[in-house]
Design a protein around this ligand. Structure first.
Ligand SMILES: Nc1ncnc2c1ncn2[C@@H]1O[C@H](COP(=O)(O)OP(=O)(O)OP(=O)(O)O)[C@@H](O)[C@H]1O
Length: 319
């Protein structure tokens, strides 16, 4: 965190409407309680990779919050710490120092098993190269996370959340309790919602890049996460297809799910609510004036405006 006073244009990456909830001991005040309405919060997070010959500081005293429904882009040069930050946010790696909260609950010192549980309950992942199983249908790929843990589709939602809540909070605008829901029915519903209702039983090899990424998005949503982490989600897609994927992310956000996307693609920053930049592991909020002039483009994507056209767009762009 910078020693300089944060300004509206260069804050500590806690979001435009941060209220000081995350004020840290660096400010000379007593540490306040975690941000209970944040999906995720990093406080003074440092990540070092140590070897015999050197210590690489991949994240340097990072403060970061994301609220429900926010779409945040993370940019920065190669080696600046973006993947490390995504891994920390996704509970795939642990900070060397600092604190981390998920839905207001402290996840800094969880055991591996607790981390896995929290990850399955609250986080979905989307990757540049889709990570679909080629021998499974689109529906089966989406169902997959529910099959790894029989509790996930049903009772996991009732497990204690890190913040002591029930973990049943709706994050996708649908019912709050998936206990009785058939995973296959949910997978089919999600695929329909991302415009793939006609391709439920297709194999990934029969799908275009944009369609594969939409399957991946549906899969990321199957356990009703509060947070979707995306690693270069448009990296393998042409601009037009990338646009349809980013419109999909905006729809997810309208349902209350937070999206954090690491990217080199300016198109992603155009659709994001805000952009943070990592340079040598130091995070700062990018001022709106630093963003693309067309930064409002994402907000033209209405909740229903694009869905009917999705398959038509596929015809035009994905084949
Ligand atoms: N497992 C590791 N062991 C040692 N150093 C690592 C490890 N992972 C990452 N690093 C180093 O940490 C720094 C940040 O790496 P990271 O992969 O997070 O950057 P990045 O911004 O995602 O880069 P890129 O855009 O090229 O993917 C780099 O200096 C990298 O070499």
């Amino acid at each position: 965190m910078s020693d300089a006073d944060p300004t509206p244009d260069e804050s500590d990456a806690n979001g435009a409407d941060a209220t000081g909830t995350a004020e840290s001991e660096h400010d000379g005040y007593e540490r306040e309680r975690p941000c209970t309405d944040c999906v995720v919060e990093l406080r003074g997070v440092t990540k070092e990779y140590r070897s015999a010959s050197e210590t690489v500081v991949a994240l340097d005293d990072v403060d970061f919050t994301v609220r429900p429904g926010e779409f945040v882009a993370v940019v920065g040069p190669s080696g600046s710490g973006k993947s490390t930050m995504l891994n920390v946010l996704g509970l795939l790696d642990v900070p060397t120092r600092g604190e981390q909260y998920l839905q207001g609950g402290d996840v800094t010192d969880l055991s591996d098993e607790e981390q896995t549980d929290a990850r399955k309950r609250a986080i979905g992942f989307v990757f540049q190269d889709f990570h679909l199983i080629p021998t499974l249908t689109a529906t089966e790929n989406v169902e997959l996370p529910t099959l790894f843990d029989g509790e996930i589709a049903g009772t996991t939602g009732r497990r204690a959340a890190p913040n002591g809540g029930t973990g049943t909070e709706a994050t996708d605008g649908h019912d709050t309790d998936g206990a009785d829901e058939d995973p296959e029915a949910r997978a089919r519903d999600l695929l329909s919602r991302v415009g793939l209702g006609e391709r439920l039983d297709h194999d990934p090899t029969q799908l275009s890049g944009g369609q594969k990424q939409r399957v991946a998005i549906a899969r990321a949503l199957v356990n009703r996460p509060a947070l979707v982490l995306a690693d270069e989600p448009t990296g393998n897609l042409d601009r037009e297809t990338g646009t349809t994927i980013l419109e999909e992310f905006r729809r997810i956000c309208e349902d209350g799910v937070a999206v954090v996307a690491v990217t080199h693609d300016d198109l992603v920053t155009e659709f994001a609510d805000r952009t943070v930049e990592l340079v040598d592991g130091v995070l700062r909020e990018r001022a709106p004036s630093e963003s693309d002039e067309s930064s409002s483009v994402g907000f033209t994507a209405s909740a229903d405006g694009g869905r009917e056209d999705a398959d038509e767009r596929d015809e035009a762009t994905d084949r």
